[in-house]
Design a binder for this molecule. Structure first.
Ligand SMILES: [Fe+2]
Ligand SMILES: [Fe+2]
Length: 169
């Protein structure tokens, strides 16, 4: 993987920013429902992830992606739209997003050397929490969502495109 450290921090910051917005969108629709506390738990962890990458953007002088305003909107819309389809569709969205981020973080962990051990450890910690979110999604009926396979395939494709774009711009 030919990702530079700048690209890693830029795209991870963008991803955690988007993730926080997805859960905000889900909470706007489902916050008072049965899954409200579960969604707030995941959103709180995304906020910790985002705060860490925001700090790294500053301390390591990385230019954030110019697309933050777009991810602000797109993340919220994705979360709210899937939540509007119902809690299972919202959980299917979580599974799709978190599995994509897991793969993305796993590749970064493999690529980072000992000279970037603290960053690698941060990513490993966050990846474990993304997998926890994926498991929460499955435990809450994601796979029973109507159109699960199509819905998750579309969201994964979108997330992968967002990742590639956010590395560069
Ligand atoms: Fe995260
Ligand atoms: Fe997550």
């Amino acid at each position: 993987m030919a990702e530079s450290i700048d690209e890693i921090i830029r795209v991870d910051h963008a991803g955690e920013y988007g993730a926080a917005r997805i859960y905000a969108g889900q909470l706007a629709v489902l916050g008072h429902g049965l899954h409200g506390d579960t969604l707030r738990h995941m959103q709180a962890q995304e906020q910790v992830h985002l705060d860490m990458f925001s700090k790294l953007i500053t301390t390591r002088r990385v230019r954030p992606t110019v697309l933050l305003p777009f991810w602000h909107l797109a993340g919220f819309v994705l979360g709210a739209a899937t939540a509007a389809l119902g809690p299972r569709a919202a959980m299917a969205c979580t599974v799709a997003v978190e599995e994509t981020i897991n793969d993305h973080y796993a590749a970064q962990e493999a690529a980072l050397g000992d000279d970037e051990a603290p960053l690698r450890a941060t990513i490993a910690t966050f990846r474990a929490e993304e997998l926890e979110h994926r498991d929460i999604g499955i435990a809450n009926g994601a796979e029973q969502a109507v159109g699960y396979r199509l819905l998750t395939a579309i969201i994964k494709t979108g997330c992968k495109a967002a990742i590639e774009i956010s590395k560069k711009v």
